[in-house]
Design a protein around this ligand. Structure first.
Ligand SMILES: [Zn+2]
Ligand SMILES: [Zn+2]
Length: 395
């Protein structure tokens, strides 16, 4: 299996188990499938034979905890776009970091490009080459490679999300461990080739005329033995780098929106373009305003008398206040639309501010107010007003 196949293969899917499956689940799924698909049981079925091989390989990778951890971690890095290189994406508007499964080669990342990795001894490219080079393909390194895409998250107060903001953002991404230069071995020491499997990481065992590929126990499938692991990366060879960049969040982002900032990702190698930065923005709610698409909403409490008699109310806007005239006889719950006072959008007309009036009923009244309301009620009845006159639910 090439390293690319190794990464792109979904061993969990091969076994029909979720990636969270326990070791016991994996063993059970493998036994069941191996029985079903075994060549002895399907002597002339080529598809079953291929499935059997895939299931055996998946089991070999997932049954060993260290190999499984390595597989999970590498796939996660791969999916995060950490290992993307130039030419695997179509056009500038390409999809998210999960796209573009083609043309992946770890040696591109770690091999040969920096002299520190290949200073005559077992550099990281060699180590990982051994780890992944199960059937021996290795592309030449030192070509330009587009920078990795980077994911980041931030939270904004409601009003900054509406108006847009420039903010410093800390982004971190995987990088080669600076202490061991990616070898996973403590500085000054070298990983050595596993003597049991000769660096292949797997041992082949024949059973019923069929070759089983088994993970090597001595090196736990890595093909190398690290006698003293690097303490900074716990032997993984992968470090993290954090940098601060100023990003411009456009006006009108909504809670959970993912924004692409072209060329703000990791820098490219050898003149290749930078990757993109994707920022997922969480928006805190506002005590006054709500959002409905491009419109801002605000609910203003009013008195019954204000609606019945008409009034002018003062309403907050994003940048100040505005007076809104409420005509006499306005029903509670009516919404007034103030054009252009909503979300100030770039390149198109701003949204509206929708002002809803809602009667606030006092929880307690003093005697004078009670007397006045009783008098009002009487006058209302005398004038023939019934609040349910036009209500369809009236009997
Ligand atoms: Zn080995
Ligand atoms: Zn390290």
């Amino acid at each position: 299996m090439t390293q690319q196949e190794w990464i792109e293969r979904d061993f969990y899917a091969d076994l029909g188990v979720p990636s969270t499956a326990s070791a016991e689940d994996i063993k059970r799924a493998y036994r069941k499938l191996a029985r079903q698909l075994h060549p002895d049981a399907n002597p002339h079925d080529q598809a079953a034979g291929e499935r059997f091989k895939a299931v055996s390989e998946a089991h070999a990778a997932l049954s060993d905890p260290a190999t499984r951890a390595e597989y999970d971690r590498t796939r996660q890095l791969y999916r995060s776009g950490a290992f993307r290189r130039a030419g695997t994406r179509s056009g500038a508007g390409g999809g998210g970091p999960a796209g573009g499964m083609g043309g992946f080669d770890l040696s591109d990342l770690f091999g040969g490009e920096s002299s520190s990795f290949t200073s005559g001894e077992a550099g990281f490219g060699d180590v990982f080459g051994d780890l992944f080079r199960r059937s021996g393909t290795r592309t030449t390194a030192s070509r330009p490679r587009r920078g990795s895409d980077v994911e980041a998250q931030t939270r904004l107060p409601f009003r900054q999300a509406v108006t847009g903001v420039v903010l410093p953002l800390q982004v971190s991404g995987p990088t080669v461990c600076t202490s061991c230069h990616g070898s996973g071995a403590r500085p000054g020491t070298q990983p050595r080739r596993c003597p049991s499997c000769g660096g292949a990481g797997t041992l082949t065992r024949n059973q019923g005329g069929f070759g089983f590929s088994e993970s090597c126990d001595d090196c736990r499938g890595t093909g190398v033995i690290v006698d003293s692991p690097c303490t900074d990366c716990q032997g993984t060879g992968v470090g993290h780098r954090t940098r601060t960049i100023n990003v411009r969040i456009p006006p009108g982002v909504t809670d959970g929106q993912r924004i692409r900032l072209p060329a703000h990702g990791e820098p490219g190698l050898r003149g290749a373009p930078s990757g993109d930065l994707y920022v997922t923005v969480g928006v805190d709610p506002d005590p006054v305003f709500g959002r409905d698409g491009d419109d801002l909403t605000v609910t203003v409490p009013v008195g019954f008398a204000e609606l019945a008699l008409g009034t002018t109310i003062s309403v907050p806007t994003l940048d100040g206040r505005v007076s809104v005239k409420i005509p006499a006889g306005t029903p509670s719950g009516r919404t007034f639309r103030l054009q252009g006072r909503g979300v100030p959008l770039r390149g198109r007309a701003p949204g509206d501010l929708r002002v809803t009036v809602q009667v606030a009923v006092p929880a307690g009244l003093n005697q004078r107010a009670i007397d006045a309301l009783r008098a009002y009620e009487k006058a209302e009845k005398a004038a023939g007003f019934d609040p349910r006159t036009t209500w369809p639910g009236r009997r």
